[in-house]
Design a protein around this ligand. Structure first.
Ligand code: ADP
Ligand code: MG
Length: 252
């Protein structure tokens, strides 16, 4: 893995939508938080990839985003950097009053990232751990095919940024182990793969059938390698006044 920076500036990028923010050329504060910049330097990321140049200021400007870019273009940092930056600066969200009276202990993440597989969720979680170093933000990861009891134990230690596969998150919501009422950021990573794997019902349950804040009260970021009709429909249902970003050649 790793980024091929050889043809770096040849990669065509198109951004469309209302009042699209200008791209950044370097990782700087602002818009990024200083603690995050320190962690970016530790990770030896010297400059943003094309998708990061655009996605960072778009997300920092509190816009919804539909981004199409191929694997290996740096999408994880593209959403993690602005989301973590804002979270670092804001501090923890207050947990709802009645929560302490509940018999079942709930986690109240402020950001949730959906990914199609255990492998991809773990990769995002590992990046999140790296970039939350020395911050108050505690990432957690949950996926199917693994012991749910130990995942619940981890959630109970605190979960600010949750990375999840749709099936396991849907299950934990049904069990009352997670509330989405504090969500400020909803990220759908590899959305086309999630639909190909048949996760649309679980995704709709998470986004529309639980206590997820409405499209006006959260920021929604969708990433996909391709932009076929079913993804266009999901974008129509989940996003508001979004910026459409396409990096490199994108299939439909
Ligand atoms: P994608 O999600 O688009 O497939 P990733 O976010 O997984 O891409 O990034 C691919 C690889 O490039 C990872 O190993 C990641 O650590 C690395 N990477 C991402 N952004 C940068 C950057 N700005 N500088 C150097 N390496 C980067
Ligand atoms: Mg990725």
């Amino acid at each position: 893995s790793g980024i091929n920076f050889d043809h770096y500036d040849d990669i065509p990028v198109e951004a469309s939508g209302n009042d699209v923010p200008e791209p950044i050329t370097e990782f700087t504060s602002p818009p990024l938080d200083q603690l995050l910049l320190d962690n970016i330097i530790k990770a030896r990321f010297t400059k943003p990839t094309p998708v990061q140049k655009y996605s960072v200021p778009i997300i920092a400007a509190r816009r919804d985003l539909m981004a199409c870019a191929q694997t290996g273009s740096g999408k994880t940092g593209g959403f993690l950097f602005p989301v973590l930056s804002e979270s670092f600066a804001n501090g923890p969200a207050p947990v709802p009053e009645q929560a302490s009276n509940f018999y079942i202990k709930k986690a109240f993440p402020t950001a949730v990232v959906l990914a199609p597989t255990r492998e991809l969720a773990t990769q995002i979680f590992d990046e999140a751990k790296k970039f939350t170093y020395r911050s108050w933000v505690r990432p957690c990861v949950v996926y199917g095919g693994a012991d749910i009891g130990s995942q619940i134990k981890e959630l109970n230690r605190g979960c600010d940024l949750l990375v999840a596969t749709p099936g396991r998150l849907s299950d934990l919501l049904e069990r009352g182990r997670i509330s989405l009422c504090n969500i400020k950021y909803l990220v759908l990573d590899e959305a086309d793969r999630m639909l190909d794997m048949g996760f649309e019902p679980q995704i709709r349950h998470i986004v529309e059938g639980c206590d997820m804040p409405s499209v006006d009260e959260r920021q929604t970021l969708m990433f996909s390698a391709t932009f076929p009709m079913d993804i266009q429909h999901l974008a129509r249902d989940f996003l508001k006044d979004y910026v459409f970003l396409s990096v490199g050649r994108v299939g439909s």
